[in-house]
Design a protein around this ligand. Structure first.
Ligand code: FAD
Ligand code: NAI
Length: 468
């Protein structure tokens, strides 16, 4: 006999586990099916968390090696203990994934360990991790199966010499030359980790700019700062093949628009050209769930697919592939299933690249506003003029606020600078409440803080910043 639940969620990542916790809180009989040995999905196991743990450790190593002296701190014999750094990262991951298990118990969510396949609306067959199978029934099924890496033909990933982000999070030694294919989030974050630990890093990017989709001026500044720190960029270049030998990998390169070939040798190559929805073996096509031309599950404004009772959230549906977007969709969908009427504001989803300086943005870019023909005012304030940034010795970057030329409503905020990822919360909150640039400018900000740059950028929108 199959057990019957109100809600069964397939996938225990940020979308799925948050949906499960919220559904449990709301009194729904809930199960989450996850085939990985631990909860937390890509984000906690092989994504956001291990990458941030290594970014933090490598930043400390770089500071100790290069920045402490300027603060009058003398250190002798700084050394790298990579196994300890990796072990710390692994412990952070284990502690957090165990934390999700605890939250499941606390909210009476059943974790079914295995691989799920939807056999009919309301019916799921699970191939259990420990062997055997289990049939489950649910009033509502939520597909939260996330995403997987986009492979690059001719550059086959072996997770040793040619790695995905997963392999790049666990290299046994620092590569001499670390080549990254793709100048996006993963390439720049993992490139930062290995550069700080001693690698020469080259980024091969197909387009003529890094971080496509990001505000153009901010992206250019990021490229300048990363170049200054030692990154090398080969823009407008495609990788057409790779050959491996004992020593490393030789990549065959070609200009994106065609032309003469060249070669680039590396000890380790990271393929980071994007991610795609993951629905393998789920049975969606068989039961007629509609997918779009990029294989993403099509949902309505209440996250329901074309098949009643089957819903989808997170990386597997359109929108930015970000953990906080998946989490918010999970919580909101659980509330919808419990009869509430919440929504996610897709105009105010922040995005952060955790390089140093960090890059953070929310809302529209200048390019998007120009394309849409929306008249806007821009106010910019550099961290060189912020007292706290000076005191900290972190003056790279700026805050830029874009506001509607007529109403002064904030349409977009772009920050490159120290702790930009934390600072963007203020801008996101302002946009959530429909703030004008003047609202931010008239809000008292504590002194001396980096966030005063947000106030100054808002004053700059009005044409009268105080400290430049
Ligand atoms: P996922 O986290 O992908 O989880 C889906 C889960 O479903 C997986 O655990 C999978 O095992 C399981 N599953 C799939 N199919 C089945 C099945 N049939 N049966 C049972 N289980 C199944 N985002 C940020 O916002 N900030 C960051 O700093 C950040 N850093 C990242 C770093 C890296 C290296 C990577 C790769 C990604 C990063 N992301 C980051 C993106 C973030 O990880 C994803 O947006 C997020 O994990 C998506 O959540 P999800 O719940 O949709 O899916
Ligand atoms: P990405 O989409 O961020 O960047 C991919 C880059 O590869 C782009 O610049 C693209 O132009 C380039 N590219 C595509 N095909 C190419 C080719 N054949 N040759 C060379 N370059 C090519 O994808 P990435 O870095 O793989 O990350 C995937 C997703 O994971 C991100 O889009 C993001 O949603 C999420 N992520 C989020 C993080 C965060 O929030 N800090 C960190 C890491 C990942």
């Amino acid at each position: 006999m199959s057990e019957k639940f109100d809600v069964v969620i397939i996938g225990g990542g940020p979308g799925g586990y948050v949906a499960a916790i919220r559904a449990g809180q709301l009194g729904l009989k809930t199960a989450c099916i996850e085939s990985r040995g631990s909860l937390g999905g890509v984000c906690l196991n092989i994504g956001c968390i291990p990458s941030k743990a290594l970014l933090q450790s490598s930043e400390k190593y770089e500071e100790a090696s290069h920045s402490f002296a300027a603060h009058g701190i003398k250190l002798n014999g700084i050394g790298l203990d990579l196994p300890t750094m990796m072990a710390r990262k692994d412990k952070v991951v284990t502690d957090l994934t165990k934390g999700v298990e605890f939250l499941f118990r606390k909210n009476k969510v059943t974790w079914i360990k295995g691989k799920a396949r939807i056999t009919a609306p309301g019916k799921i067959a699970v191939a259990l991790t420990d062997g055997g199978s289990q049939d489950v029934e649910a009033t509502s099924i939520i597909v939260a199966t996330g995403s997987d890496i986009v492979p690059l033909p001719g550059v086959e990933i072996d997770e040793k010499q040619i790695v995905s982000s997963t392999g790049a999070l666990s290299l046994a030694k620092v590569p001499e030359h670390f080549v990254v294919i793709g100048g996006g989030y993963i390439g720049l974050e993992m490139g930062s980790v290995w550069r700080r630990l001693g690698s020469k890093v080259t980024v091969v990017e197909f387009l003529d700019r890094i971080t496509p989709g990001m505000d153009g001026e901010t992206g250019k500044q990021l490229q300048r700062v990363l170049t200054k720190s030692g990154f090398e960029f080969k823009l407008g270049t495609k990788v057409v093949g790779a050959t491996k030998n004992k020593k490393g990998v030789t990549l065959q390169l070609e200009p994106a628009t065609g032309g003469e070939r060249s070669e680039l040798t590396a000890d380790v190559v990271l393929v980071a050209i994007g991610r795609r929805p993951y629905t393998d073996g789920l049975g969606l096509q068989e039961i007629g769930v509609a997918l779009d031309n990029r294989q993403r599950v099509v949902v309505d404004s209440g996250y329901q697919t074309n098949i009643p009772g089957i819903y989808a959230i997170g990386d597997v549906i359109p929108g930015p592939m970000l953990a906080h977007k998946a989490e918010d969709e999970g919580a909101v969908l659980a509330e919808i299933l419990a009869g509430q009427k919440p929504h996610v504001n897709y105009d105010a989803i922040p995005a952060v690249i955790y390089t140093w300086p960090e890059v953070a943005s929310v809302g529209k870019t200048e390019e998007e506003l120009k394309t849409a023909g929306i008249a806007y005012k821009a106010g910019k304030f550099p961290f060189t003029a912020n007292d706290r940034a000076r005191a900290n010795g972190d003056t790279e970057g700026f805050v830029k606020i874009l506001a509607d030329a007529t109403t002064d409503r904030v349409l977009g905020v772009h920050i490159i600078g120290p702790d930009a990822g934390t600072m963007i919360a203020e801008a996101t909150m302002a946009m959530e409440y429909g703030a004008s640039a003047e609202d931010i400018a008239r809000t008292t900000h504590a002194h001396p803080t980096l966030n005063e740059s947000m106030k100054e950028a808002a004053l700059a929108v009005e044409g009268h910043p105080l400290h430049i």
